[in-house]
Design a protein around this ligand. Structure first.
Ligand SMILES: C[S@@+](CC[C@H](N)C(=O)[O-])C[C@H]1O[C@@H](n2cnc3c(N)ncnc32)[C@H](O)[C@@H]1O
Length: 195
């Protein structure tokens, strides 16, 4: 298959971007699938900062990581506070919006304000040529509001600073997710927006 689904497509972008030894961020750890992938990608000398607001996610991710735990900081806090934990350059960041799969409580979901604040901060930390990939699911309560606010934000990013792509399967039924990928084109620390 050449036209990948969104998660393999995001991982392909990260594999082409991240160099072993770099620091990267999983902004929505969940059950740790992306955290695990990133921990392997950065290698022994790299580091992953992974965020979630549910202890259940940290427990499930710690179990999933096994020996790779050494390369990962599991942080029980909102990604909106990323600047408290991460400094220096990062190679990439990943977001999977929505709720924790297999959880008993589907009411805990990502929200527009914190998602956008985190992306804004991470864009400043991202290396030139680095990628932020966001998988957007909008089928749950509040999902449409988050999607629309996010699209408005990413469309406002200055085109000379950040390239913004939307990747989606457009002939699938049942509200398929789509991917937003951002590539940082210049080495800026403060993000410019246009109207
Ligand atoms: C769709 S899941 C992520 C799935 C994950 N990538 C995986 O591999 O399992 C979204 C996660 O975001 C978490 N979340 C919600 N709001 C958050 C916030 N403000 N900061 C960090 N994580 C948050 C949820 O608790 C949930 O576990």
């Amino acid at each position: 298959m050449k036209l990948h689904r969104i998660l393999p497509f995001a991982r392909q972008l990260f594999s082409e971007t991240v160099i072993a030894g770099e620091t990267v961020v999983d902004a929505t750890m969940g059950n740790g699938n992306d955290t695990f992938f990133l921990a392997e990608l950065v290698g022994e000398k790299g580091h992953v900062f992974a965020f979630d607001i549910q202890q259940e996610a940290l427990d499930s991710t710690a179990e999933r990581l096994g020996e790779l735990n050494e390369r990962v900081s599991l942080i029980l806090d909102s990604h909106a506070n990323v600047e408290k934990y991460v400094d220096g350059r990062i190679g990439c960041a990943v977001f999977n919006l929505g709720y924790l799969p297999h959880s008993e409580d589907f009411s805990i979901v990502t929200k527009a304000d914190s998602t956008i604040k985190a992306i804004h901060t991470l864009l400043g930390l991202l290396k030139k040529g680095g990628i932020i990939a966001i998988s957007v699911y909008d089928g749950h309560e509040g999902g449409v509001e988050e999607r629309d606010a996010l699209l408005q934000y990413v469309k406002s990013l200055h085109q000379a600073d950040v390239h913004v792509v939307r990747y989606e399967m457009i002939n699938q039924r049942n509200n398929p997710p789509f991917l937003i990928a951002l590539e940082k084109m210049k080495d800026f620390t403060s993000v410019k927006q246009v109207d």
